[in-house]
Design a protein around this ligand. Structure first.
Ligand code: GRF
Length: 208
């Protein structure tokens, strides 16, 4: 399968996905990387690995960026099967969601629907988890719709919140689990092991 990864930040999830593709545990290839931020860690890593990087900014007006329609056309030209958001902070345009139904995944660092939605990203999420006294948190992988963090949930993993955790310590514990679960889910996706229940909930079938 051909994969597009969208990044805006450090890119550690992108890196773990790329490494899993290279060692063959994911039966897929990253064919293009899309970033909203030139010069972010993820975009630099992609260039370093010789992957094509496309700038997709929030407005059409930014000189070297492209429009949503161009973005769809570009992904089609790379024959992309699945779009993986990995620390990508912008809303995905409706054109892209319609062009890739049931094919766009995001990872969020809390157990959605808790601590999700616009403005709930990065360290803010972990601070909010600690401040509410929640005892458990963890990554959620969900399909992407036209809003922040509301698409159907595909996988989650529980991570304990310890009494003395700082937001940074908690973020690091969750991030380790993000790397594992995202690779597992993409592995299943590329092996056509994601199936859709009649009520529209996606399920991962385990390997026979
Ligand atoms: C992760 O916590 C992810 O859940 C969130 O953004 C962060 C990205 O980290 N969407 P990285 O860029 O993959 O290191």
């Amino acid at each position: 399968k051909k994969l597009a990864v969208f990044v805006s930040g450090g890119g550690s999830n992108f890196r773990s996905i790329h490494e899993a593709c290279l060692r063959g545990s994911i039966h897929g290839d990253i064919v293009v990387v899309v970033t909203s931020k030139q010069g972010c860690g993820g975009a630099d890593y992609a260039r370093d690995k010789g992957l094509p990087v496309i700038l997709f900014p929030k407005t059409k007006l930014e000189a070297d960026g492209i429009s949503p329609a161009d973005l769809v056309a570009t992904l089609r030209s790379f024959e992309v099967d699945f779009v993986l958001l990995a620390g990508y902070l912008k809303l995905i345009p409706a054109e892209l969601i319609q062009a890739y139904p049931r094919s766009i995944l995001n990872i969020h660092p809390s157990l959605l629907p808790a601590f999700g939605g616009k403005g709930n990203y990065g360290m803010k999420v972990h601070k909010a988890v600690i401040a509410t006294g929640a005892r458990y948190t963890g990554p959620t992988i969900h399909f992407v719709d036209e809003h922040y963090d509301t698409g159907r949930i595909l996988a989650q993993r529980v991570v304990p919140v310890l009494a003395k955790d700082t937001a940074e310590e908690l973020a690091a514990r969750v991030l380790r689990e993000e790397h594992r679960i995202y690779v597992e889910v993409i592995t299943a996706l590329c092996e056509d092991r994601v199936i859709w229940r009649e009520d529209g909930v996606p399920i991962i079938r385990s390997k026979e």
